[in-house]
Design a protein around this ligand. Structure first.
Ligand SMILES: *[C@@H]1O[C@H](CO)[C@@H](O)[C@H](O)[C@H]1NC(C)=O
Length: 192
């Protein structure tokens, strides 16, 4: 019997186009994997150099006030003498849309610590009606703390699907029991 050569697969070289396509897919995949799995945070805290810049607030280093337990989660303890409030925010809910202003300036500043979730933050000047909008994802960016003067209008909205958590405390210039809250002065920049 005459052994005929088995027909071989046509040995046309694979077009270069497919190699380029393959490398492109691998590259895009690695890029996607890196950006979705490595948060830009250092030890759970957001990398401030990657966060949006603002003229209305500054970022605060709270690394010595936060304690993390693998089994329990995050504990935030404010600096000595400051009583913080911890606040949850349901999906799509808004808090704030106010400023803390009285004749004595009894509250000089406020610190807000975004512990978990996706937030929309609006901060503005109720006297000039200029404001800024920022979005923060504490799950991706890490824990974010910022400080602003209490006469700035401020509002936080949960733009995620789950309940968010944040903490906050006032920088007081005198001892007060009830913080002054002014909603009227902020009604031109309501976050809804
Ligand atoms: C924040 O403060 C801690 C000490 O409390 C320090 O080790 C750390 O480097 C500071 N981080 C930044 C980004 O300045």
């Amino acid at each position: 019997m005459n052994m005929t050569k088995t027909p071989s697969i046509p040995s046309k070289p694979i077009p270069r186009f497919y190699f380029i396509l393959l490398f492109l897919i691998i590259f895009v995949f690695i890029y996607w994997f890196r950006s979705s799995h490595s948060s830009s945070s250092t030890n759970g805290f957001a990398d401030v150099s990657q966060l949006p810049k603002s003229s209305l607030f500054t970022y605060t280093n709270i690394s010595s006030q936060v304690f993390y337990s693998e089994t329990q989660g995050i504990l935030y303890l404010p600096p000595n003498g400051q009583s913080a409030h911890f606040v949850s925010l349901k999906s799509k809910a808004v808090r704030g849309n106010h400023r803390h202003k009285d004749n004595e300036n009894s509250i000089s500043g406020e610190v807000i610590i975004l512990l978990q979730g996706q937030f929309h933050f609006r901060i503005g000047d109720g006297d000039t009606n200029q404001y800024e909008d920022h979005q923060f994802d504490a799950c991706k960016m890490g824990i974010i703390a910022f400080q602003f003067s209490a006469d700035k209008c401020h509002a936080l909205k949960n733009i995620g699907k789950n309940t968010n958590w944040f903490a906050s405390y006032y920088l007081k210039s005198k001892e007060i029991t009830k913080p002054p809250v002014d909603k009227e002065g902020c009604k031109k920049m309501l976050l809804t």
